[in-house]
Write a protein that binds this ligand. Structure first.
Ligand SMILES: NC(=O)c1ccc[n+]([C@@H]2O[C@H](COP(=O)([O-])OP(=O)(O)OC[C@H]3O[C@@H](n4cnc5c(N)ncnc54)[C@H](OP(=O)(O)O)[C@@H]3O)[C@@H](O)[C@H]2O)c1
Length: 324
């Protein structure tokens, strides 16, 4: 496993980060624990979760993924200090109007709840899950700055921010001498590129912001199990994937991944991971796995180096740049 610095920080993270949104949703606690143990055995030191996972599923109260991780931390032989645990705040955790968002009030309550569920004293990377306009950014950053000084949080990052809001946050941190966001977690894969590449990618390169993309396999689309004429695979996410990615450009991307991957003896999923990691702005790809087999398969993608020509050929299939 390769380790890269998270942006300009001194922190080193594995190029594969284990995402845990599925835990307690499409994979139960036993499987989740096996997947986490195997990921660590294979060299992953980086785990991503969120307090809200997966409250949008009927009957799920939220906090379930963090609880499953906390239970695993108690029984794993891995040392807490060797792991980089990232979680997020912002999602609604109840019907209470203040039990959500990025206010000081909610952040201070939410961090205590995440620490309790994770059964740990500190969070390595605490991320705001998405931008929200209702809390002033300075209020959010002051609360996060306090948490860093209290030792409850070590680094802070964002997910799903427009570029100008991230720059605004960097500016506030600078002029007010507050902790700054060191990482961005964007939605990014071969069939979902413009949102990150248009403005966020140059911004992250310019300011040394670490990039840890989520859904590098397009939620499973870029594995080859979604095909033009094949029935939809059994997946809790199949309907969403069909709506979002199953179009001619998406299928052409899968075909090209298969063609280029075959030269490396690699699967479609592995080649999709190699493409994400070939981007110089990216530090670690946050994958999801419903089984140890999926994890082991996907992880091999981190060992594949695409040539510049192969990367360019893949880029070409999903090129999005506005033509002038
Ligand atoms: N910040 C945010 O807003 C945000 C949003 C989404 C996700 N995330 C984070 O990113 C993580 C990963 O997201 P994601 O689950 O969308 O990532 P992904 O890696 O693009 O998709 C993972 C899904 O693909 C399928 N899969 C994985 N490996 C496979 C393999 N080798 N062969 C065949 N199928 C395979 C599985 O779904 P099936 O078995 O169902 O096919 C798995 O759940 C999440 O756990 C979470 O930590 C963050």
């Amino acid at each position: 496993m390769e380790y890269r610095r998270l942006g300009r920080t001194g922190l080193k993270v594995s190029t594969i980060c284990l995402g845990t949104m599925q835990f307690g949703w499409s994979s139960g606690e036993d499987v989740a624990h096996r997947v986490m143990s195997r990921a660590v055995e294979l060299g992953c030191n980086f785990i991503d979760t969120a307090d809200v996972y997966s409250r949008w599923i009927e009957g799920n109260p939220g906090g379930v993924s963090e609880t499953i991780i906390g239970n695993w931390l108690q029984k794993t032989s891995a040392r807490r200090e060797d792991l980089i645990i990232a979680t997020k705040v912002r999602g609604a955790m109840s019907d209470d109007v203040n039990d959500r968002g990025l206010s000081r009030h909610h952040i201070m309550n939410a961090v205590e709840n995440s620490l309790r569920r994770l059964q740990t004293d500190y969070i390595d990377l605490y991320q705001t899950h998405a931008f929200e306009a209702e809390a002033p950014q300075e209020e959010t950053l002051r609360a996060l700055d306090d948490l860093v000084h209290q030792g409850k949080v070590r680094y802070v990052g964002v997910s799903n921010y427009p570029a100008w809001r991230l720059v605004e946050a960097l500016w506030i941190s600078d002029v007010r001498n507050l902790v700054r966001y060191e990482s961005l977690q964007p939605h990014y894969n071969l069939v979902h590129r413009a949102e990150f590449e248009r403005e966020l990618q140059p911004l992250c390169l310019e300011y040394g912001i670490g990039v840890i993309p989520y859904s590098p396999l397009g939620g499973g689309f870029l594995t080859g199990k979604y095909r033009r004429d094949a029935p939809l695979p059994h997946s809790d996410r199949a309907a969403g994937i069909q709506r979002r990615y199953m179009n001619e450009q998406g299928f052409a991307a899968v075909d090209k991944l298969e063609e280029i991957g075959s030269a490396h003896g690699a699967t479609i999923a592995q080649t999709a991971i190699a493409w994400v990691l070939a981007n110089p702005a990216v530090d670690s790809a946050i994958i999801g796995a419903n089984s140890v087999e999926q994890l082991e398969d996907t992880l091999k993608g981190a060992e594949i180096s695409l040539t510049a020509e192969e990367k360019a050929a893949l880029d070409e299939v999903t090129a999005w740049q506005e033509r002038r």
